[in-house]
Ligand binder design. Structure first.
Ligand code: ADP
Length: 177
C-alpha cells in the first residue's frame, strides 16, 4: 500500500473511505468527529443513531461504518480510540486495533483510498509521537495479516491527514520524507 501524508482538514480530501475518531456512543463529539458530522450532514448521523440504538454503538478498538453524506467519500468508518491513562490500560494495543479494524472494514467495503486522522491524539491525550509510531506499524501489521491469510486487499493508498503541524512533522520524520 502507498502511504501519503497531508496537513489539513480530513473532510476536504476526496477518498473512498474516511476514518473518523468517534466515541463509543457514536452520537457526536468535537474535534474530527464534529467536523465530519458538520460537513457530512444528516445521513451520517442517521446511520450512527441506528448503530447506537440497535447495536450498542462502537467499542474502543473496534470499527463500524456509515454512509458519507455530503463528504467527498463513499463511506465513513468510525473507530473509537482509547483514552490515554498513562499506558496502563492497554491503550497501545487498543490504538493499533483501531487502525487494523478500520482497514479491515475498508477492505470489506472495497475501498481503494482510505484517510485517517491522528486517532486519540486530541481530547483523548494519547502521546503524539507514540501514536504515530503505532499508526505506521499498524499499516505494516495489516499488510502482514492480509498476506498470511492470503486475503485480497482492495486498499491501495492510505492517507494520514494531520490537522496539526506538530503531528505532520512527527509523521514526516518517521516516514523519512
Ligand atoms: P480523539 O478523541 O480520538 O483524541 P479528536 O477529534 O479530539 O479525537 O482528535 C483526534 C485528532 O484529529 C487530533 O490530532 C486533532 O487535531 C485532529 N482533527 C481535528 N479536526 C480535524 C479535521 N477536521 N481533520 C483532520 N483531523 C482533525
Amino acid at each position: 500500500m502507498n502511504i501519503e501524508l497531508k496537513l489539513g482538514d480530513i473532510t476536504a480530501i476526496p477518498v473512498d473511505a474516511i476514518v473518523n475518531a468517534a466515541n463509543t456512543s457514536l452520537l457526536g463529539g468535537g474535534g474530527v468527529d464534529g467536523a465530519i458530522h458538520r460537513k457530512g450532514g444528516h445521513e451520517i448521523f442517521e446511520d450512527c443513531v441506528v448503530l447506537s440504538t440497535q447495536h450498542g454503538g462502537c467499542k474502543v478498538g473496534e470499527a463500524v461504518y456509515t454512509r458519507a453524506g455530503k463528504l467527498p467519500a463513499q463511506h465513513v468508518i468510525h473507530t473509537v480510540g482509547p483514552i490515554w491513562y498513562g499506558g496502563v490500560k492497554n491503550e497501545e494495543k487498543l490504538l493499533k486495533s483501531c487502525y487494523i479494524k478500520a482497514l479491515q472494514v475498508a477492505n470489506k467495503l472495497g475501498a481503494k483510498t482510505v484517510s485517517f486522522p491522528n486517532i486519540s491524539t486530541g481530547v483523548y491525550r494519547f502521546p503524539k509521537e507514540k501514536a504515530a509510531q503505532i499508526a505506521l506499524q499498524s499499516i505494516k501489521d495489516y499488510e502482514e495479516i492480509i498476506a498470511n491469510a492470503q486475503t485480497a486487499n482492495s486498499v491501495s493508498t492510505v492517507i494520514f491527514v494531520c490537522f496539526e503541524q506538530v503531528n505532520y512533522d512527527i509523521y514526516k520524520n518517521l516516514l523519512g520524507i
